[in-house]
Ligand binder design. Structure first.
Ligand code: DGY
Length: 323
């Protein structure tokens, strides 16, 4: 008898106990180890699939889906979906889902931690100590900038931006934000945040946190011109996508004393990191882990599994389109 169960491809090893729920409805082909699949391998995996559970490691565009006539849904285990060509998928009638909400607070925690680490030079000081450089206590060791009482700028006032703004209240910070459109007044009040134009945000922020979604329109938005408008004492934090920042321009500014420090969790060519940034001490570098608490990563996988089940017609709801 012909096997009529839909087929699903799981592109990376995720939490087996959660992904196992897919077996109730589907024939599952799962990748055994974390893999940077070649485009041809992705195309081959999708060829007979009805659905796929994928991560930011898996770039999928028109070419990869062109030979996949059965494909109806792709569930991305991330809130961002710039690894997927959503326009090509919509044109092909493929539903794309993402994992908003469940990672908001964890990611906001991390943005705040990166800001504090960069401003107070925590990783730089730790490396200095471990290198045996600490000879005696001294009044001027590793002097950094304050976080409390300063002005926080948030570029992109979505869920995560709002989470960061709420945390800033406990540090008595003035919160400014820029977003294509103003958020409702009630949200501004709750976040104690005021809208300013882009240049105003650059000029007034002591700490500027990037939390906007990536699109080609914001590629290198933070380049030499934008950096020149920032205070030399400021810090720049990026937990959005690497391509928003021109990394060479950032390295120039950090090296030339035109920006105090940066905290970067995302990189344009990740996992490769611009060697100029690696050589600088006034930048905190982390490997794209802002949403990486165990509980949150499990919640992301669980939501993506639910999305895929629903999108293929087995769940209580329809699939959740990207927001
Ligand atoms: C996302 O979800 O888009 C993050 O960058 C990874 O969790």
């Amino acid at each position: 008898m012909e096997n009529t169960r839909p087929r699903v491809w799981v592109s990376q090893p995720l939490f087996a106990d959660i992904v196992g729920r897919l077996h109730e409805h589907f024939d599952v082909t799962a990748t055994g180890e974390v893999t940077q699949h070649a485009p041809a391998a992705i195309a081959a995996a999708l060829r007979d699939a009805d659905g796929a559970l994928v991560t930011l490691n898996d770039p999928i565009g028109a070419a990869e889906i062109s030979g996949a006539p059965r494909l109806r849904a792709i569930a991305n285990v991330a809130v961002g979906y710039n690894n997927l060509d959503v326009a090509a998928m919509s044109a092909a009638g493929i539903l794309v889902t993402n994992t908003p909400d469940v990672l908001t607070e964890t990611t906001a925690d991390f943005g705040f931690a990166l800001m504090m680490a960069a401003a107070r030079r925590i990783t730089e000081a730790e490396r200095w100590l471990r290198d045996g450089e600490w000879q005696r206590w001294s009044f001027d060791t590793m002097l950094g900038g304050d976080v409390h009482g300063t002005t926080l700028g948030i570029l992109g006032m979505g869920r995560i931006g709002q989470g960061i703004a709420r945390r800033a209240a406990g540090f008595n910070m003035r919160v400014l934000y820029h977003n294509r459109s103003r958020v409702p007044e009630a949200v501004e009040r709750e976040c104690r945040a005021s809208w300013v134009d882009f240049d105003g945000l650059l000029a007034q922020s002591d700490h500027l946190v990037l939390v906007l979604p990536y699109s080609p329109q914001v590629h290198h938005l933070i380049g030499a011109a934008a950096l020149a408008k920032m205070k030399p004492s400021a810090t720049l934090i990026n937990i959005a996508r690497g391509g928003i920042v021109d990394e060479d321009a950032l390295a120039d500014a950090l090296q030339g004393g035109r920006l105090a420090a940066a905290g970067l969790d995302v990189f344009e060519g990740e996992p490769a990191v611009n060697p100029r940034l690696l050589a600088l001490r006034n930048v905190v570098l982390t490997p794209h882990i802002a949403s990486g608490s165990l509980a949150t990563r499990r919640a992301m996988v669980s939501l993506a599994v639910d999305n895929l089940i629903a999108a293929l017609g087995f769940g209580p709801d329809a699939g959740v389109p990207p927001t």
